[in-house]
Design a protein around this ligand. Structure first.
Ligand code: UT7
Length: 334
């Protein structure tokens, strides 16, 4: 029974990374770059890439199946499916519908949410409000992106940065004092020009010309995005900690979006926390856009970095611009 003081808690987690690795030395053969530059500027050593024919729904379904291997979840009991992604299988139907059908969530409704690298935070906060309303009991929140489908492997500025992956969490109500406590989410469309896909939407539908001019790939002015990301992610992480009276001692774990190790280090420094309290996996997976945070949550469990009641801050910055942070008290006995 829902009580007024109930919070939304993450009660199960799962992730999926494709097995195919694309290393920095592989990229050296494709564009003019080198391992040393990529490692020192970004922290990335390799990334995972789907096989041809595999799309976001397939990775998301695999993430859910991995969740089910560890946690007892009946798909028939799921009320809502929210999928954060900028690389849906198709513009429509939604990836949420494809996942719903495949996992047998026969009593659910669902939708996709486009928040780029902050998408998982936006979806998690939306799901939290649904739980808090008391109307919905079990919600699946996916963060998934098949970045290899929109990355230009002839553009050294972007192709080194991204990888494919998926993560999922189950949200349910709890009254035990844990769960999602606070959030701060932002967007600023004036930064839209610095990171975008120029064609393929209603403004510039696909034509021979848009394909020839490579406008269906992700475009980024990295230097500009870096400038805003480094400040945006550090400020919002600090704000949410301060508002909730968290200090470097009482923050147990910081799970940041994995876009650049230097951005992560700046945010951690602003929080005053040491590296053992920061979840870092950018070296293995690069930037999987909406999937970095749920993958990070699963890895935190796998690496025994969290226990029930721990104070965790999630934060991200991405295209839009979009950014945000969520403070939660961990709900699971691992
Ligand atoms: O998750 C979504 C949000 N995205 C981000 O948060 C990404 C933010 N941006 C970044 O992380 C960084 O800006 C990058 C990693 C993309 C680039 O690093 P940077 O230190 O800002 O490099 P830069 O763009 O200032 O380029 C420095 C030099 C340039 O050469 P010149 O003009 O100084 O001669 C680039 O042409 O490095 C060159 N360069 C490369 N060299 C080797 C750019 N890409 C490469 C490359 N390999 N792949």
């Amino acid at each position: 029974m829902f009580k007024n003081n109930s919070k939304a808690a993450i009660t199960a987690v799962g992730k999926y990374l494709p097995s195919k690795r694309l290393t920095n030395s592989d990229l050296e053969k494709m564009v003019e770059t080198n391992d040393e530059w990529i490692r020192s500027r970004t922290g990335i050593k390799e990334r995972r890439i789907v096989e041809k024919g595999q799309a976001s729904s397939h990775m998301a379904i695999s993430a859910f199946k991995n969740l089910q291997k560890k946690y007892n979840v009946n798909p028939e009991e799921i009320d809502v499916i929210i999928v954060a992604t900028v690389t849906p299988d198709m513009l429509f139907p939604s990836t949420a519908c494809l996942i719903q059908n495949e996992i047998g969530a026969n009593n659910a409704f669902g939708f996709d949410l486009s928040g780029a690298c902050s998408g998982f935070l936006f979806a998690l906060d939306t799901g939290t409000r649904f739980i808090e309303s008391g109307k919905y009991k079990k919600i699946l929140i996916f963060g998934v992106d098949t970045m290899s489908s929109i990355v230009d492997y002839k553009d050294r500025n972007t192709c080194i940065l991204f990888g494919d992956g998926a993560g999922v969490v189950l949200l349910e109500a709890t009254n035990d004092g844990t769960g999602i406590i606070d959030s701060e989410l932002r967007c600023d469309g004036s930064g839209g020009e610095y990171l975008k896909m120029k064609a393929g939407g209603s403004l510039k539908p696909a034509t021979h010309e848009t394909v020839e001019s490579r406008e269906h790939y992700a475009y980024q002015d990295g230097r500009q995005v870096y400038k805003y990301a480094v400040k945006g992610m550090a400020d919002i992480s600090y704000n949410i900690a301060k508002r909730n009276k968290l200090t470097s001692d009482t923050i147990d774990l910081f799970i940041p979006h994995q876009a650049n190790k230097r951005i992560i280090d700046s945010a951690a420094k602003r929080l005053g926390i040491s590296e053992e309290k920061v979840l870092i996996n950018i070296d293995k997976y690069a930037n999987t856009t909406a999937a970095t945070l749920p993958i990070g949550l699963v890895e935190a469990v796998e690496r025994n970095m969290v226990k029930k009641g721990d104070n965790i801050i999630l934060s991200a910055f991405g295209a839009g611009f979009t950014w945000g942070a969520i403070y939660l008290k961990w709900s699971l006995f691992n």
